[in-house]
Design a protein around this ligand. Structure first.
Ligand code: AMP
Length: 189
């Protein structure tokens, strides 16, 4: 099954994506993790992306799409995936659709994990203490919360296709996991 997790920074979509991918035997694709690896390895892409990441801004589409499509091409044809942090813009969603369509495939479900700004800000400030991330300054966190909520047109793209579901990301981790599993069961694949 091909699944997307949407959600604002701090809502726990990364944590949930790891849990769900593990339970289902799917690939977990996090473009944030991939970009951080590029930064750590000092690649050209990493050097370019770091400027945006450290400010809490989105990395430009051309850089991220190219990196993502290479990762997608590495998957086995029968392997499911959960996307965590991609797509974040409509052009990214269109690139994803086009890549899957070439193999007569498409996204099965997109889940919008949501939560209130106040709680998310507090969670992210707490996480920042031991994350070691260079974009976990209070200023960058504020910017990420402001500019990195899934845009309306991106959610609309999946809602119009009848593929968008909502899940509350604020309860305990296990409760959110159960809600996500229930939604996935409902897809019936
Ligand atoms: P994340 O770990 O998903 O919060 O991503 C960390 C940072 O990587 C973001 O603040 C962006 O600068 C960048 N990033 C990750 N995924 C994307 C994406 N799909 N589009 C643009 N920028 C991204």
């Amino acid at each position: 099954m091909y699944v997307i997790f949407f959600g604002p920074p701090g809502v726990g979509k990364g944590t949930q994506a790891v849990i769900i991918a593990d339970r289902k035997g799917w690939a977990h694709i996090s473009t944030g993790d991939m970009l951080r690896a590029h930064v750590a390895n000092g690649t050209d892409l990493g050097l370019k992306a770091k400027e945006y990441m450290d400010k809490g801004l989105l990395t430009p589409d051309d850089l991220v799409i190219d990196m993502f499509l290479h990762r997608l091409a590495e998957l086995r044809p029968d392997q499911g995936f959960v996307l965590d942090g991609f797509p974040r813009t409509l052009p990214q969603a269109q690139a994803l659709d086009a890549a899957l369509a070439k193999q007569q495939k498409s996204i099965d479900i997109a889940i919008n994990i949501h939560g209130s700004d106040d709680v998310l800000m507090e969670r992210m400030l707490n996480r920042a203490k031991d994350s070691g991330r260079t974009d976990d300054t209070p200023e960058a966190i504020r910017t990420r919360l402001e500019v990195q909520k899934p845009p309306v047109e991106l959610l609309g793209h999946y809602r119009d296709a009848g593929k968008l579901k909502d899940v509350d990301g604020l309860p305990e981790i296990e409760v959110v996991t159960e809600s996500l599993l229930k939604v996935l069961e409902g897809v019936g694949k």
